[in-house]
Design a protein around this ligand. Structure first.
Ligand code: SRM
Ligand code: SF4
Length: 579
């Protein structure tokens, strides 16, 4: 790829971030010097943009913002650090390392994310380097956890079909490694590595896939293994759907152009579900991923960041244009897509025996937050399990955790620790709660408009009695909440969703597909808790009384006319009907 070629396809003036990337010399910027500056706990905005590619965001504690302003103090600057592992698989030693770092350098808790990564919050600038070094010593990384590159590759953690999981997981790791940034800046800045490439060398040598401007925007890949769509494959820029026949992995259906983010009141931005365009063999997968990424690199909008995601590149030019471009870059054509069936996008909880004879325990983690609470010492319990566990831990795409590959000999011991630390509390929760997700939001997220992680549990407390009254306590209903319309908990795919609009106010959405295959639709705008509960009560009661056998909540609200079905993201904002 030549820079000229790139510019000719994106003739509008480039956004500031593009200029910062160009000037950064492959993500170096002035980060090394900035981190040493003892005057402030912050870093300049240009470096902050680059930091994202290294897996960290500068934030400030928003709970303290006003008070500090009054006292004329600088905001309480701190950093969020995202640690990624493809498919969310980590060893017990890596778990213990995250636990240790959370206490040593961060806020004392760990956040499991919706993309099977870890997040630490509250790391001070002075501690960033040590934290990142220790993460790398444990063979995990923060590189490319954020930024305009391919992000953590998601993969179904599937503990029951062990052989298929290990094969699919292996491909997830290979795709991820292939698309990792190759700049040595990360090693130089954080690990005191030698500079291995001179700045005069051409982009192709330092970044063979990305070049010196990287991608116009973040890029996301997920691999699903039907019948589970736990990775929400249709929300990914590039999705792979494993096709398994008689226990053998034949290959993957390929889907392109999904994404969740939008802005309130701006219909030019919308969530989109991806389109299945064909089938490739496992050996062809990396080629498909690379060529797809390069198409977005060359054609994605570099002028307007809100319009820079791959979904807009495809919607603007058409899916036919994309498949032609892909075929031309691959030099071969995808086969026709093969039949598949998704049943749901959630997790199965409790014990399951894998086909390899090992045991796996899936634990519900409310909003992915690992911390000790009065009567529920989750973090301590998991630490004690990690100390004796010889299998692995798997972070699920729904912010939950699988203690995986427990040998028959160790099962009793793990079981007794689970009991001792009350880790099965989640088993007694309503199905609604067990199918819930909330993004981080306040106090750390700079983009949050309303509470999410800290609010959803108490809202659920108030919805659950309505479910009980209608005999729906054990009915699986997917509910998701985010503090803003960026969609970090993929709320636009939930059967029932709340998206933050202002403090204490949410837009309420209904009608997502139970298997993550249909977007939902706006039902009520800018409502507070009382109106949320008043709106939900009759809907839940009618669902309890009038649902057909096996009918999911998302399908019901469409059938009886609460909202219209959304077949394509471009219909997401169109006129709503309510009854
Ligand atoms: Fe996200 C930005 C948290 C998954 C769409 N996301 C952010 C930031 C970094 C806020 C910021 O830019 O200042 C949030 C940090 C909050 C904090 O304090 O920790 C944040 N996103 C998260 C996590 C931690 C949510 C969670 O509760 O688990 C997830 C981390 C994933 C990971 O491990 O890599 C997370 N974010 C997602 C997802 C879901 C997914 O990827 O499957 C989405 C929707 C899918 C998509 O990308 O379309 C998502 N995050 C966004 C967007 C909107 C992007 C867009 O195209 O419009 C932003 C804002 C942005 O990029 O400008 C954003
Ligand atoms: Fe922050 Fe919005 Fe993402 Fe929630 S959805 S973590 S509020 S950016």
């Amino acid at each position: 790829m030549s820079e000229n070629n790139l510019l000719s396809k994106n003739s509008a003036p480039h956004s500031d971030v593009e200029e910062i990337k160009v000037r950064s010399n492959y993500l170096r910027g002035s980060l090394t010097e900035t981190l040493k500056d003892p005057i402030t706990g912050s870093i300049p905005e240009d470096d902050n943009r680059l930091m994202k590619h290294h897996g960290s965001y500068m934030q400030d504690d928003r709970d303290l913002r006003n008070e500090r302003q009054k006292q004329k103090l600088e905001p309480a600057y701190q950093f969020m650090l995202r640690v990624r592992a493809s498919g969310g698989v980590v060893t017990p030693e890596q778990w213990l390392m995250m636990d240790r770092l959370a206490h040593k350098y961060a806020s004392g808790s760990i956040r499991l994310t919706t993309r099977q990564s870890f997040q630490l919050h509250g790391v001070l600038k002075w501690n960033l380097k040590n934290t990142i070094r220790e993460v790398n010593e444990a063979l995990l990384t923060t590189l490319a956890a954020c930024g305009d590159v391919n992000r953590n590759v998601m993969c179904n953690p599937n503990p029951h079909q062990s052989e298929i999981h290990s094969e699919v997981y292996d491909w997830a790791c290979r795709v991820s490694e292939h698309l990792d940034p190759k700049t040595s800046a990360y090693h130089e800045i954080w690990l005191d590595g030698e500079r291995v490439v001179s700045s005069e060398q051409e982009g192709e040598e330092q970044e063979p896939i990305y070049g010196r401007v990287y991608l116009p925007r973040k890029f996301k890949i997920g691999i699903a293994v039907p019948p589970s769509n736990d990775v929400d494959v249709f929300s990914q820029d590039l999705g792979f759907i494993a096709i398994v026949e008689e226990g053998r992995l034949l290959g993957f259906n390929v889907s392109v152009g999904g994404g969740m983010g939008m802005s309130h009141g701006d219909p030019k931005t919308y969530p989109q579900i991806s389109k299945v365009i064909g089938f490739c063999t496992p050996e062809q997968m990396i080629d498909v991923a690379e060529k797809t990424v390069t198409i977005q690199r060359d054609y994605g909008d570099r002028a307007v960041r809100k319009h820079a995601r791959f979904k807009y590149t495809i919607d603007d030019r058409g899916i036919g244009w994309f498949t032609d471009e892909l075929t031309s870059r691959l030099g071969w054509k995808l086969e026709d897509a093969k039949p598949y069936q998704f049943d749901d996008n959630g997790d199965r909880y409790g014990w399951v025996k894998g086909s390899n004879g090992k045991w796996h325990f899936t634990l519900f983690i409310q909003s992915g937050r690992i911390k000790d609470e009065e009567g529920y010492p989750l973090m301590t319990g998991l630490r004690e399990i990690a100390k004796l566990h010889s299998g692995d831990f798997r972070l699920t795409p729904n912010q939950n955790l699988i203690i995986a590959n427990i040998s028959a000999q160790k099962k009793k011991k793990v079981e007794s620790l689970i009991e001792q630390y009350h880790l099965t509390d989640g088993v007694h929760y309503s199905s609604l709660r067990r199918n819930s997700m909330a993004c981080v939001s306040l106090p750390t997220c700079g983009l949050a408009m309303a509470e999410s992680e800290r609010y959803l549990p108490s809202l659920l407390d108030k919805i659950e009695p309505m479910l009980e009254d209608s005999g729906l306590h054990q009915e699986d209903i997917v509910i998701r909440m985010t503090g803003c319309p960026n969609g970090c908990a993929r709320p636009m795919l939930a059967e029932l969703a709340f998206i933050g609009k202002a403090p204490g106010k949410y837009n309420m959405y209904l009608g997502g597909g139970f298997a993550g295959d249909r977007l939902n639709k706006l039902y009520k705008e800018n409502i507070g808790e009382a109106e949320i509960l008043d709106s939900l009560r009759p809907i839940i009661s009618r669902y309890g009384a009038e649902r057909k056998p096996g009918e999911h909540f998302g399908d019901f609200v469409i059938r009886v006319g609460y909202v219209q079905e959304v077949r394509d993201g471009q219909e997401f904002h169109s006129e709503r009907i309510t009854i």
